[in-house]
Design a protein around this ligand. Structure first.
Ligand SMILES: Nc1ncnc2c1ncn2[C@@H]1O[C@H](COP(=O)(O)OP(=O)(O)OP(=O)(O)O)[C@@H](O)[C@H]1O
Length: 262
């Protein structure tokens, strides 16, 4: 499989003394499902945001689809970002607009400012929005305002909005942190389907180590801005979970069940 994303010695400093990321190195292959896990403040959000330059890394290289994103000018960055779908913990939808309008917003990166502002979408784009909403089980909610939806439904709108970009990669920042276990499962199953059936690379930040272990091809463990684990979910040991989570690890190791027992 081809490498889609590569981080080389990426560091991020906020101000003069917060080193949020320190010399991060890893790569992700096309179609891979990778979870980034770690305690609060470890640097997971910063890491994800440095990939599409919502935050600029202080040093290092981010190579996505053969391009060093650090070197892109505004126009080139806009083009590269159309290949990267983004999912947020708080969905980032426009609540007063309908579900389908929110999904169509995913096409804005492809349009001129004028056509975008006027909300001019082609019939093909509208058809694709309807198809995606149907795949995500939202066919009965397309014309509702987003503020009438549950959290799990809102997150599915967020996924449809990202998919309509036809992205090569999805970056998901804590996509289930605000959801109950049933809605979380629905979202994680959709993300797995996106990677396995659609061949789209998924990189997801997760708090829930048990969820990360059961859905991912690979786990990247981050602690205090450093990658301390990069490997398969099957091989991670209690000691490694302890190394990632420090004093918060006890409960998590119990959660992973007898996986590492004996
Ligand atoms: N805009 C900012 N300005 C200054 N410091 C920041 C900023 N954003 C994050 N930090 C700091 O950088 C470190 C990493 O934060 P980050 O949000 O990336 O961690 P995280 O692992 O995503 O945590 P959480 O799971 O709580 O969101 C923390 O020490 C945080 O306080």
């Amino acid at each position: 499989m081809t490498t889609l994303l590569e981080l080389n010695n990426v560091s991020k400093k906020y101000g003069s003394d917060t080193l949020a990321l320190s010399d991060v190195n890893f790569s992700v292959k096309e179609g891979e499902f990778v979870s980034v896990i770690g305690p609060s403040g470890a640097g997971k959000s910063t890491l994800l945001r440095c990939i599409n330059r919502m935050i600029d890394a202080t040093s290092g290289e981010v190579i996505f689809d053969g391009v060093n994103v650090q070197n892109l000018n505004k126009r080139e960055l806009r083009k590269t970002r159309t290949k990267i779908g983004m999912i947020f913990q708080h969905y980032n939808l426009v609540n007063r607009l309908s579900v389908i309008e929110n999904v169509l917003h995913g096409r804005l990166g492809f349009k001129s400012i004028i056509t975008g502002v006027l909300g001019m979408y082609s019939e093909a784009e509208k058809k694709q929005a309807i198809e995606l909403l149907t795949v995500l089980g939202l066919e009965d909610h397309m014309y509702k305002r987003c503020d009438q939806l549950s959290g799990g439904q809102k997150q599915r709108v967020g996924i449809a909005r990202a998919l309509i970009q036809s992205p090569k990669m999805m970056l998901c920042d804590e996509p289930i942190a605000s959801l109950d276990p049933n809605s979380s499962k629905v979202i994680m199953d959709h993300l797995r389907n996106i990677s396995k059936s659609m061949g789209i690379t998924v990189v997801v930040n997760l708090h829930q180590v048990d969820v990360a272990l059961s859905y991912s091809d690979r786990i990247i463990g981050v602690s205090k801005g450093e990658v301390v684990y990069n490997g398969s979910p099957q091989q991670i040991t209690s000691e490694e979970i302890y190394q990632i989570y420090g004093s918060e690890a006890g409960e998590l190791i119990m959660d992973v069940g007898g996986k590492n027992a004996g």
